[in-house]
Design a protein around this ligand. Structure first.
Ligand SMILES: *Cc1c(COP(=O)(O)O)cnc(C)c1O
Length: 361
């Protein structure tokens, strides 16, 4: 690149997103528990819809996403006119930063928050700002104290990743109502479906003009590989986001698969039930081995070790046993491992391997 050819401010400050690794050299029977994927994958109805979409690959997709928005609206009781769909919720996060934050503006998120908030803020030229959490829980007072007249976006994942903790609706309402007038609150509901009866914060949006919600098909729907997410918010905000959205940002294959997936709520209920059962089992098994975790509300556990050295050693040992989990030092949690709740056999393998690791210590 010539010395005169330069990217926009902030872009060279971006550290590339680190995905969960998927392989261990020399081992074939590995279990990937590093990306919070649904171990059972998508429902049969979703798989069938995806296969069917192969017949129409030469056709451009619809630009208005109307059938998918209608299906999501119907299932969640939301106005389809206030829904926007994207290539994963990552793309909705990108749209929000691109549309609402630029040079000189601040994008606020929590200490251990999802790394895409920082990346998207920097890509838009804005300044990322972190607020402390309280013992790995979102701290509304710290977020409010970190707000300035430059704050444009406030991202809070609820349940949070990688902590697995969540805060209640009253606390979230207090945050929404205490923000400065130019700040938009983004409720990231990537794990909302794992919490029975939780609307992801949709109820906070109605009656307020400063709250939006993002959701994804990547987690409980088991479609992380297909890249589908959505956002819901005030009509005025969705209208802004639609102006920066590419007209063909989702393929027909993505949209028709997502429609089938969202319409199969029996499958989602079963996945939630299985996850809740195995999560409790895994947390208990690890706690008995001297590895505690906060009560998780998502599809992973944040296992706490005595030190960074022990967490790193356990991660390495688990790898030798064909178990890939996630080191989260990059999220300010160097003594922890984030472990996705897999199927029953995987959870048993994790507990067995951690026991082996502890014995060898
Ligand atoms: C996994 C995850 C997402 C989802 O990303 P997609 O782009 O929809 O796959 C969003 N936010 C958080 C906090 C996540 O953990």
């Amino acid at each position: 690149m010539s010395a005169d050819i330069n990217p926009q401010p902030g872009i060279m400050d971006i550290n590339l997103y680190q995905g969960g690794s998927a392989a261990v050299e020399g081992l074939s029977d590995v279990v990937k528990l590093s990306s919070n994927e649904n171990p059972a994958g998508p429902s049969d109805a979703a798989r069938k819809a995806f296969t069917h979409a192969a017949h129409q690959l030469h056709r451009y997709p619809s630009t208005d996403q109307a059938p998918l928005r209608a299906a999501i609206g119907e299932v969640h009781g939301l106005d389809p006119e206030r829904i926007i769909c994207g290539a994963g919720s990552d793309e909705i996060i990108t749209f929000l930063c691109q549309a609402f934050a630029g040079v000189g503006d601040e994008v606020l998120f929590t200490e251990h928050g999802f790394s895409m908030y920082r990346i998207s803020a920097l890509a838009a030229g804005a300044t990322p700002v972190e607020a402390k959490e309280r013992e790995r829980v979102t701290d509304v007072d710290a977020l409010l104290a970190a707000c300035t007249d430059k704050t444009r976006l406030v991202f809070v994942a609820n349940p949070n990743n990688p902590t697995g903790t969540m805060i209640g609706g009253n606390e979230m309402a207090r945050l929404a109502d205490g923000l400065p007038p130019k700040a938009l609150l983004v409720l990231d509901g990537a794990y909302a479906e794992y919490v029975e009866g939780f609307d992801g914060g949709a109820g906070l949006i109605d009656g307020r003009d400063n709250v939006v919600m993002t959701r994804t098909f990547s987690k409980i729907y088991g479609l992380g590989g297909l890249r589908i997410g959505w956002g819901y918010g005030p009509k005025s905000v969705i209208d802004v986001l639609n102006r920066v959205r590419g007209p063909f940002n989702l393929s027909e294959a993505q949209m028709s698969t997502a429609i089938a997936a969202v319409q199969d709520q029996d499958y989602i209920t079963k996945c939630r039930t299985d996850n809740t059962r195995m999560r409790a089992w895994l947390a208990e098994a690890l706690a008995e081995l001297g590895v505690p975790s906060d009560t998780s509300t998502a599809n992973f556990i944040l296992a706490r070790f005595a030190s960074e050295a022990e967490a790193v050693a356990c991660d390495a040992y688990l790898k030798t046993q064909g178990l890939i989990v996630r080191l989260v030092a990059g999220y300010g949690l160097p003594n922890c491992l984030r472990i996705t709740v897999g199927d029953e056999a995987s959870c048993r393998r994790v507990a067995h391997a951690v026991a082996g690791f502890k014995e060898a210590q």
